[in-house]
Design a protein around this ligand. Structure first.
Ligand code: NAD
Length: 417
């Protein structure tokens, strides 16, 4: 159980199944397909022995799951966290399969993780653990089978070690085996900010659809997703009135100077204490009188306990699973539009896909070109899903699942299932 799961009693895999079930009803999906799409195709658990710096051998547990690989190889990150569990890896791989289908890339869902607190390991131990994970999974992964990427507490350096290990085992060059690599090893321009960039395109389109002018914005979480979405919105002249991180939030109804907040956070380690902004809690941030809310931190933040108090008219989910199914019902009834995670944060996996494509061609694009492709792709998916929402008079999350389910069902059907 993650902390958020413990706090809310909500299991992300159960939430994912509940979201899919709503969409299955809309298109009258046969129960056998529902069963097919909600079981991992493969789920691997490995024990990973690592020689620690003190000379002792320590055994770690790792996982990797593949979901719905009807349209292509599995794709998804590797998480290093003490709360990693079979259920969490399953839930994250399940979501990846819908996300890849929503953004129209030829992948199924994948996810992996190791139960570890990486902050307690030396650099050498971290490298040995990362290489040993690849040694254990070598037959389960690869550019045409399953393509990993970074996730919580894994980064470009870890991808580089993993790539090196994979290439040693296969005696060749396989940059397309893993994405999120440093640029020097075949990473893509724009990958670092692609999740926020994609979220921004969704936000812009949603504003137009809703006719919201001069909106005020609040951003929960100030890491890769939250900091960059706040910065991009600020750079485009939008007023960001509140941001937060794990230590708490800050609010200024006149708007925050985001580049200054970023510089402050880099120096002090938190946004809390910035300038004359009022200190608020993360709970208060979610209930502020703003037009748009960007949850960019953890799962299960908007629940049946606070959904009625959320005042934003538009929620753009850059975090995975920030809204529970009960909260979705409450928000939909009061007319709040939620751009769901599987669309709003799909910019990251889309640019990972572009990295894989570039690696396979051996030809590399500029950031402008990459973002141009991203904008077209995410806007097309947004438009199609908006049309499904209108046709069936359903919320946007259910519409996104309907859209993806129809494609997934067709692919499975064509394969003879
Ligand atoms: P990150 O670790 O870079 O940042 C997380 C931020 O959330 C940090 O600022 C942290 O202080 C803050 N935080 C932690 N607990 C909090 C709390 N209780 N309340 C408010 N803030 C809190 O992680 P990230 O990469 O930005 O990912 C954030 C979310 O976005 C996750 O759900 C992740 O799965 C999702 N996501 C990220 C990407 C990506 O490319 N980075 C892609 C898709 C989805």
């Amino acid at each position: 159980m993650t902390k958020a799961m413990e706090a809310t009693g909500s299991n992300p895999f159960d939430n994912g199944i509940a979201q899919l079930a709503k969409a299955a009803k809309v298109i009258d999906l046969k129960p056998a397909y529902f069963d097919l799409f909600t079981q991992p195709m493969e789920l691997m658990e490995v024990s990973i022995p690592v020689h620690m710096d003190n000379g002792k051998l320590k055994i770690f547990t790792g996982y990797r799951a593949h979901f719905n690989t009807f349209m292509g190889p599995a794709k998804g990150g590797i998480r290093y966290h003490w709360n990693v569990s079979r259920d969490e890896v399953k839930a994250l791989a399940f979501w990846m399969s819908w996300k890849c289908t929503v953004i129209n890339i030829p992948y199924g869902g994948g996810k992996g993780g190791i139960i570890v607190n990486p902050k307690e390991l030396s650099k050498g131990e971290l490298e040995r653990l990362s290489r040993a994970y690849i040694d254990k999974l070598v037959d389960f992964i690869g550019p045409d089978r399953d393509i990993p990427a970074p996730d919580v507490y894994t980064d470009g350096q870890i991808m580089a070690w993993m790539l090196d290990e994979f290439e040693k085992l296969h005696r060749g060059s396989y940059p397309a085996f893993i994405t999120g690599k440093p640029l020097e090893l075949g990473g893509s321009a724009g990958r670092g900010t692609s999740t926020a960039q994609g979220g921004y395109y969704c936000f812009e389109t949603a504003l137009r659809e809703l006719g919201l002018a001069n909106p005020t914005l609040a951003v929960q979480g100030f890491g890769n997703a939250g900091m960059f979405i706040a910065k991009i919105c600020h750079d485009h002249g939008f007023k960001v009135v509140a941001v937060s991180d794990s230590k708490g939030g800050i609010h200024d109804s006149n708007g925050l100077n985001i580049p200054e907040v970023i510089a402050f956070k880099e120096k002090k380690g938190s946004v809390v204490g910035f300038g004359k902004a009022k200190k608020i809690s993360n709970e208060e941030l979610l209930e502020l009188p703003v037009d748009v809310l960007f949850p960019c931190a953890l799962e299960n933040q908007i629940t049946k306990a606070n959904a009625a108090k959320v005042k934003a008219k538009l929620i753009v989910e850059l975090a995975n699973g920030p809204t529970t199914p009960e909260a979705d019902e409450i928000l939909h009834k009061k007319g709040t539009v939620v751009v769901p995670d599987i669309l709003a944060n799909s910019g990251g996996v889309y640019v990972s896909y572009l990295e894989w494509v570039q690696n396979r061609m051996g030809f590399y694009w500029t950031q402008d070109y990459v973002f141009d492709l991203l904008k077209k792709q995410i806007n097309n998916s947004f438009k199609d899903i908006w049309a499904v929402k209108k046709e069936h008079k359903i919320d946007m999350r259910t519409a996104a699942y309907v859209y993806a389910l129809q494609k997934m069902r067709k692919a499975a059907e064509l394969r003879g299932y």
